[in-house]
Ligand binder design. Structure first.
Ligand code: SF4
Length: 636
């Protein structure tokens, strides 16, 4: 029987040692679990000057506090480190079953130190930690790696987090793949794992998670489940998955296409959830641990050039990145590109993004067919797109340039190509056109890991459901602010979502069930935390803990030298409207106004964007304030 939080398990690959550290009551109340505890460990252990791909970077896995319990949709895991894409704070997250299994082994957070001399995989079997030789599986893709480890351990149910060839080759957007098809994809966590010569982490736990107040906990879990299932969007999400949102987002003209030159496509049907079903691609729906929605897809292609392709997904972001973004308005090449990203271990958003950029370079005559290893990378060429995915994963030819991410690729090619590189802070942007969604624009600009939806997104601003409009009213006082073209109240909307996303990542809840559906409320999360741990916390206090975590992550970047100038958006978002919405742009003036409000609500200095000393003390981050004291004083 394990404490609900589990321990922090440290493993040092440099000398094959491991040790456990309990998570204290104070740490739990301050940082809640999962992402929060990991952020604190990162702050303590990764100081400025560390090479993201060197042995001193830490790779920290954080299972949600409630992962392994009956709380619905609470099985997510975060991966935290210094990002090789941005050189800044990185938290990436994934679903699947791995986090719950880690909790059954009595571990809440796993901190990987050092670098193994030769490829290894970790085998965590309850209290036992083994450093196993991985020389035979180095080079295998993620599917083969899973099968091989399961065979070696004689356990088909063992849960595995693994990297593929992309992580081994330090592709800057390599992913860690959980349970084969669930990706902690963004920002290069897979490259950090590869830099440590760590091929995989296999986990088996036989313990149970016992809430401190079992009856009240299970009553609240049941209530949460009912609340979630009664959301007006629950049935549609379960039926169509995230691809179900392609059609409405395209109709609203915020669906990025042709490398964000446009905001819609003429025929989005092949990229929709409806098409996955009606075209016979969808074979089954898949749920993460304890999820009552089950939004994941499992698809196959049975005919045509990509026959034989199969796997988890594709999700909305992938359909947009490889489909509309590359002008490939066909289902099958997208399913194939998605499969390759899964098994090679790469982020579909960034992979699609670098290929779109290369396509635009090709269309504009900046890159030629010989530059691109003979590929005709024009809009809509699905075959060439799929070939380029392989080249990136194995760093072959021009794929080696693209494997560095779009910012570095544009620096390599030079000229005006930086204008077509849809990135900020070095991370490729997620697939929402921020020019027509102002809270998204602000959230993406201030996001510590770059312009991305899984750290903070603000779907509620579109007001697409009664629950979304009610949430906007709760945050701002008036439903009329559920309008993505307004700039008023965007700071309030972003702050609420930041806090809520932090809560979800700490407790293991999928952000979808709290911020796209709205059944898992902060109030229910506070009750679940209290009954699980036995430490009472109010809704206000738990949201405040979310704010503490967001602020600590900001401070991590401040300590690395980040400031207001880094809170920005891709050049195209700020300078070039789409013909689909000729008046929509994220001007510097507009962004500045929202940033001023945002910093002020946070209690951060408007000139520098740095949290003030008073704010840090109020959030009980005095030791962080002390360490940053010279910098914070200088910023005044
Ligand atoms: S809603 Fe989808 S992503 Fe979220 S936990 Fe459920 S299956 Fe996983």
């Amino acid at each position: 029987m394990h404490q609900i939080s589990g321990d922090i398990l440290h493993v040092d690959l440099s000398n094959n040692t491991s040790w456990r550290e309990p998570i204290t009551k104070n740490a739990l109340l301050q940082f809640l679990g999962g992402r929060g505890i990991s952020a604190r460990v990162l702050w303590d252990l990764v100081k400025p000057g560390v090479d993201p791909l060197g042995p001193d970077n830490k790779l920290i896995f954080g299972a949600g506090l409630l992962s392994g319990t009956a709380a619905p949709s609470s099985g997510r895991t975060t991966v935290t480190c210094l990002s090789p894409a941005t050189g800044l704070y990185l938290k990436s997250s994934a679903g699947g079953q791995w986090g719950a299994e880690l909790k059954y082994a009595g571990v809440g957070n796993l901190v990987v130190h050092g670098r193994a001399e030769k490829p290894v995989y970790l085998w965590i079997d309850d209290d036992k930690v083994e450093f196993c030789d991985a020389s035979q599986i180095w080079g295998l893709d993620v599917r083969q790696t899973n099968l091989s480890i399961q065979k070696e351990l004689g356990d088909e149910e063992v849960q595995i987090a693994a990297i593929g060839p992309a992580g081994e080759r330090l592709v800057r957007f390599a992913a860690v793949m959980f349970s084969v098809y669930h990706a902690a994809a963004r920002g290069g966590v897979g490259a950090v794992m590869g830099s440590k010569n760590l091929k995989a982490i296999a986990v088996r736990g036989s313990g149970a998670m016992t809430p401190a107040k079992p009856t009240q906990f299970h009553e609240t879990a049941l209530k949460t489940r009912q609340s979630l299932l009664s959301d007006s969007g629950a049935e549609g999400l379960a039926y169509y998955g995230t691809p179900g949102s392609v059609e409405p987002i395209n109709e609203m003209r915020v669906f990025p296409s042709y490398n964000f030159q446009r905001s819609s496509v003429d025929n989005a049907y092949p990229l929709t959830g409806q098409c996955l079903i009606e075209g016979g691609y969808l074979k089954r729906r898949v749920a993460c641990f304890s999820c009552v929605i089950g939004c994941h897809r499992y698809t196959t292609v049975e005919r045509g050039a990509f026959a034989g392709s199969y796997g988890g997904g594709p999700e909305y972001e992938t359909l947009c990145a490889f489909g509309a973004g590359c002008g490939v308005l066909e289902t099958e090449p997208v399913i194939k590109a998605n499969e390759l990203c899964n098994i090679y271990g790469m982020d579909t958003i960034s992979t699609g993004s670098v290929i779109q950029w290369a396509m635009e370079c090709y269309e504009r005559g900046v890159l030629s067919q010989p530059d691109l290893d003979g590929l005709e990378l024009h809009w809509g060429n699905g075959q060439a797109m799929v070939e380029m995915v392989k080249k990136i994963a194995f760093r072959e030819g021009f794929g080696n340039i693209l494997a560095e991410g779009v910012k570095r690729a544009a620096e390599h090619v030079g000229g005006d190509t930086y204008k077509w590189a849809i990135e900020a802070k070095g991370l490729e942007q997620s697939r929402v056109d921020t020019r027509s969604a102002k809270a998204y624009a602000l959230a993406f600009a201030v996001n510590p890991r770059g312009p991305d939806h899984l750290h903070t997104e603000t779907i509620a601003e579109f007001g697409m459901s009664p629950e979304a409009r009610a949430l906007i009213k709760k945050i701002t006082g008036d439903e009329k602010y559920a309008s993505p073209h307004l700039t008023e109240k965007r700071a309030e909307i972003v702050l609420w979502h930041e806090d809520c996303f932090a809560l979800c990542d700490c407790l293991g809840f999928c952000c979808i069930v709290a911020t796209a559906l709205y059944g898992v409320t902060p109030q229910l999360m506070a009750k679940l935390f209290s009954t699980a741990t036995g430490y009472d916390i109010s809704e206000k206090a738990i949201m405040n803990a979310g704010r503490r975590i967001v602020t600590l992550e900001k401070c991590f970047n401040v300590r690395l030298g980040a400031s207001r100038k880094d809170d920005t958006l891709p050049w195209r978002m700020m300078n070039e409207p789409s013909p689909d919405r000729p008046n929509a742009i994220n001007s510097q003036e507009e962004l500045d106004g929202m940033l001023d409000e945002y910093y002020s609500l946070h209690g951060w200095d408007k000139n520098t964007s740095w949290p003030t000393k008073a704010t840090l003390i109020q959030l009980q981050l005095s030791n962080v304030a002390e360490e940053l004291e010279n910098k914070l004083e200088g910023g005044k």
